[in-house]
Each structure stands twice: as structure tokens, then as C-alpha cells.
Ligand binder design. Structure first.
Ligand code: BTN
Length: 327
């Protein structure tokens, strides 16, 4: 269904200046006129503005910012990430969809990308929700099958944060910071988060689903988020291409995973440390479940855990958690 909507939208995008008759559209897409009308309604539900002109046909009234596979594929510079692509106008959660695909025993190759223009139940870390306004952000999940031990899983998600950081900086010119473990901050506020879900046995990862939410073109954020979160557009004052950021991110992430396999985990530790002001010398309070650790950050260990020196002079190593207060 979603693929048909993509085909219809792509056809409309190629005829922006003139209206295309419903008859021609239906013929080109190989469907009945009544089915076409239903698809047009579905696109309208997804906030695509289509004017239906009596006698002349259909026309888009503005170019929608939709990450169509037809636009992504010819520009994809990565060879695994994004090769298999599921595109949704709306889905509950791209991570949840990835998990459903996997549990249905479908073949899901390494690098499969699932992207939604909007999510109705976007999931955040610590059981939170992820605000997923249509077209404004990038909401995606990557299914990865790295041939490594689960002890390195955290490093892959740190690598994801590095790739996202680099793509955002290169494509927007903004300065970004990585807040441990993998939040992206711009101007001291959160613009992106990563939610990783893993299926593994003791010595091998079967699959790692890495979900990324990036606030790109939100004109405003809900009041309860606005104090801590922002979007790239809100900071820079103008919109940014979600497709350009996505393509750059996929290329950078794949290159980093390849370097990790070729050169070892220290590659990701070094890159993360280079781009995060949280790596060294930050006074932090970190909450990890029922455990709270306070102290000064002392870099990452080889598996990606954050080393924190407490007041008593002890080094605590944290693999997960949330930085609550920092200086
Ligand atoms: C966080 O809380 O910082 C992590 C947020 C991760 C959100 C993304 S949006 C795409 C993917 N699908 C989800 O349901 N969540 C992740």
C-alpha cells in the first residue's frame, strides 16, 4: 500500500506545473479511477496538499518534503544501510515495526532502513514517548547484524551518535555536541535521540535495531519539551533537507561500522570522545535504574562505558543511564 502511495506522489511531483488527469494517473499506475481517488485521500490524510481540479485533474499545491524511495535510491552512497527500504507515511513506531518484521520470520537483511514521515507511538528511552510530528523530523530504524559480541553493542550505538553528529554538522553548519550516551545537543538542547533494541545470545548479536529520532524542521515543540529540546530549524532560523542529512548519516554510519570491523573498537571510542564535551572533566549526576552516580567524567572504557570518578576517588563504569545534572 505504502509503495503505491509513493508511486502516486512521485508521479504528481513530476507534474508540478500542470494538473494530471485522474484517468492518466490511474492508467499509468495500473489502477481503477475509484482506487486512485482512495489513494489521493490517503495522501491527503498524510498532509500532502493535492488540489483536485474538475475536468483538468490533480496537482500538488506545494512540494511535500517526503523521503520517497524514488528520491533516496538514486542518491544513496552507502552500500548496505538503506539498500532495503520500508517507507511509511505513518506508523506506530519504526522500532516496533522492525521488531514485528523480525518476529514474523521475514528476511530482513543487514542495513534495512525503516523510515516514517510520522509516528503515532514513537518510543523514547526510559519508557518515554518520542514526539513525531509529520514531515518535521527524521524517524527511522536500522536493522543491523554486526558479527560481534554483545559486549560491543553499546559502541555501535555510540557510533550511530557520531555519524548523526557529523551529518548534522556537515549539512547544516551548526555546531553539535553528543551528550552521553547518544543524545545530540545543539545550543545546549536536545535535537536527537537514539533507542537501540537488541536480540542476542551470550556471545553473538543476532540483530540490533537502532532507532533514530532527529528534530529537523519543527516550527515549535510542545511546551513540555521546549525547555529541553529544539529543532535544527528553530536554531538556524531556516528549514533543512531531511533527505540530505539522512544520506550523509547513512554513509557516515556505514563507514564507521566498517572501520570498527577493520580497525577495532578504539575507532569509535576515539571518534565519540572527539565530538562529545561530556567525555572528560564534566561534573555529572547519572541515573541508571535505581543507581545514581555522581562525579567527574574520565572518558570511555574500550567497550564504550563512561568512566566517572566519584568524590571518594573510585572509578565507576556506566553502560547506560541518563545524565540528569551536569556542569
Ligand atoms: C530517546 O529517548 O532519546 C530516544 C528516542 C528515539 C526515537 C526514535 S524515532 C524512530 C525510532 N522509532 C521509535 O519508536 N523510536 C526511535
Amino acid at each position: 500500500m505504502e509503495r503505491k502511495l509513493d508511486d502516486l506522489l512521485f508521479a504528481l511531483m513530476q507534474n508540478m506545473t500542470i494538473a494530471v488527469s485522474g484517468e492518466k494517473l490511474a492508467r499509468d499506475l495500473g489502477v481503477s479511477h475509484s482506487m486512485l481517488v482512495r489513494w489521493i485521500d490517503k495522501l491527503r490524510d498524510a498532509k500532502v496538499e493535492i488540489r483536485g481540479e474538475l475536468f483538468t485533474g490533480y496537482r500538488l499545491t506545494r512540494i511535500p518534503d517526503v523521503v520517497l524511495p524514488q528520491l533516496l535510491r538514486p542518491r544513496l552512497r552507502s552500500s548496505r544501510l538503506g539498500k532495503t527500504f520500508y517507507h511509511f507515511y505513518s506508523v506506530d513506531s519504526t522500532n516496533a515495526f522492525a521488531m514485528r518484521l523480525l518476529s514474523h520470520g521475514r528476511s530482513v537483511p543487514d542495513g534495512t532502513l525503516i523510515l516514517a514521515e510520522a509516528q503515532t507511538a514513537g518510543r523514547g528511552r526510559m519508557g518515554r514517548t518520542w514526539h513525531s510530528e509529520p514531515e518535521a523530523g527524521l524517524y527511522l530504524s536500522l536493522v543491523l547484524r554486526p558479527d560481534i559480541s554483545p559486549t560491543f553493542a553499546a559502541l555501535i550505538t555510540l557510533g550511530c551518535a557520531v555519524a548523526l553528529h557529523n551529518a548534522v554538522e556537515r549539512q547544516t553548519g551548526l555546531h553539535a555536541d553528543i551528550k552521553w550516551p547518544n543524545d545530540l545537543l545543539v545550543d545546549g538542547k536536545k535535537v536527537a535521540g537514539i533507542l537501540a533494541e537488541i536480540q542476542a545470545d551470550l556471545d553473538r548479536i543476532h540483530v540490533l535495531v537502532v532507532g533514530v529520532g532527529l528534530n529537523v524542521n519543527h516550527g515549535a515543540l510542545p511546551q513540555d519539551l521546549a525547555e529541553r529540546a529544539t529543532s535544527l530549524k528553530l536554531v538556524s532560523g531556516h528549514p533543512h533537507s531531511r533527505l540530505d542529512i539522512l544520506l550523509d548519516f547513512l554513509e557516515q554510519f556505514e563507514a564507521l561500522i566498517d572501520r570498527f570491523h577493520a580497525e577495532g573498537p578504539e575507532v569509535i571510542v576515539a571518534e565519540w570522545t572527539r565530538h562529545s564535551s561530556f567525555a572528560f572533566g564534566r561534573r555529572v549526576q547519572i541515573v541508571d535504574g535505581s543507581r545514581t552516580v555522581e562525579g567527574v567524567t574520565k572518558g570511555l572504557n574500550p567497550f564504550g562505558a563512561l568512566r566517572v570518578e566519584t568524590q571518594e576517588g573510585q572509578i565507576q563504569e556506566l553502560y547506560s543511564g541518563e545524565v540528569r545534572n551536569w556542569e
